[in-house]
Write a protein that binds this ligand. Structure first.
Ligand SMILES: NC(=O)c1ccc[n+]([C@@H]2O[C@H](COP(=O)([O-])OP(=O)(O)OC[C@H]3O[C@@H](n4cnc5c(N)ncnc54)[C@H](OP(=O)(O)O)[C@@H]3O)[C@@H](O)[C@H]2O)c1
Length: 342
């Protein structure tokens, strides 16, 4: 079977596809024939050696796949061959076949396609964790979403709608204005407008209840300033360290140097909170399992529906990643590993 590897730090052209034989299946494991693998921004950061928690090179990226069960170990008794499932691979998802612990497998309801299933776990899991689990979003609340047209951004907007948020402000580049507005967000041009001012203006000077910031650097303090008294900021990424497809140590250093150190006394006097969120480093797997279960119900009720930008055959993986670096995507980008190109 074939899989994608990152042989070393590099641009998209460094990515290779290699033949590989999987290890034998352990008694608690499941082998899945992959149909779709989700591409996440973290995969691009890992390729540039700027992620911090990936395996040593060479390795295969890919947190999440959808596919069908090929085989399962003798201690797995709730699954069938051919069953459609999501597998949370941790790493290694960019592959025709994967082996994962049965605890990391979730069945896919009939009404949900392989595309939607692979597009859901990381983006919706992260947005749900921030806005609902940590943030306790209430009907009428105001929320600021950056990268509003991207994978997590579109998921966050739908979750806000599903939970009755009053005002959703989304920042993105200008070509995405109509798309962002079509998701019920107030569009802010990230290159032209001052999002802090917009947040204050639209909330009678108070600021928003929650802001989710995947940019870091100086941007993070601006998101903090956009909060009202009692507001919550989620720091969950560092996209400013990755301005394009080539690694820039200057950009990475600037992100690190300019990311604010929050003062607990200032936070106390304004009742503001700052959460750090890294789903890949969550120790308590039950939290994520609960999120997936809640999200599965919302999906079946039609309250959320992943927006798929595009599906690329796996040998186009370099182009698919370039497409994200070039800020073309509106929603989730997937890789197609299916045997029949379905
Ligand atoms: N902590 C966690 O557990 C966790 C989990 C998932 C995602 N994340 C983070 O959340 C962010 C979004 O992730 P995603 O997978 O949903 O990606 P995404 O938002 O779909 O990423 C691509 C979009 O981001 C915007 N963007 C802003 N700065 C960019 C840059 N320097 N390079 C390329 N695009 C940039 C672009 O839209 P515009 O044209 O509008 O700029 C682009 O279309 C990332 O920072 C990621 O690391 C964190």
């Amino acid at each position: 079977m074939k899989k994608v590897i990152y042989p070393k730090v590099g641009g998209p052209e460094s990515i290779q596809i290699v033949e590989h034989t999987l290890d034998d299946l352990a008694s608690n494991q499941v082998k899945v024939r992959v149909h779709r693998a989700g591409i996440n921004f973290a995969d691009l950061m890992m390729r540039q050696g700027l992620y911090g928690s990936n395996p040593n090179f060479p390795f295969t990226p890919g947190y999440e796949v959808s596919g069908e069960v090929m085989e399962y170990g003798e201690h797995v008794n709730w699954i069938k061959k051919g069953q459609r499932v999501i597998a949370m691979t941790g790493f290694g998802g960019y592959s025709e076949e994967v082996i994962v612990d049965a605890k990391r497998i979730v069945p896919i309801p009939d009404s949900i396609s392989y595309d939607q299933a692979a597009a859901m776990p990381v983006t919706y899991g992260t947005a749900y964790h921030m806005l609902i689990h940590l943030g306790g979003l209430k009907p009428g609340d105001s929320v600021l979403i950056h990268h509003a047209a991207g994978g997590v951004g579109t998921a966050a907007a739908q979750i806000c709608q599903a939970f009755g948020a009053g005002l959703i402000i989304g920042t993105a580049s200008k070509p995405k204005k109509e798309f962002v507005e079509s998701l019920g967000m107030y569009f802010v041009d990230k290159d032209q407008d001052d999002f802090v001012e917009v947040c204050k203006n639209l909330t009678e000077g108070k600021g928003v209840h929650q802001a989710i910031d995947p940019v870091a650097g100086k941007h993070l303090m601006r998101s903090y300033n956009a909060l009202r008294n009692g507001g919550k900021l989620h720091c969950f990424g560092a996209s400013s360290a990755v301005p394009n497809e080539r690694r820039s140590m200057i950009a990475a250093f600037n992100m690190w140097r300019n990311t604010p150190k929050f003062n607990p006394m200032d936070m106390m006097t304004s009742n503001k909170s700052v959460f750090g969120v890294h789903m890949g480093r969550m120790d308590d797997e039950a939290i994520f399992e609960n999120h997936l279960s809640d999200l599965g119900k919302l999906m079946e009720q039609g309250k959320i529906k992943p927006i798929i930008d595009s599906v690329w055959r796996f040998d186009e993986v370099a182009e698919a990643q370039r497409y994200i670096h070039n800020r073309k995507n509106k929603g989730k980008v997937l890789l197609d590993f299916s045997p029949n190109k379905d």
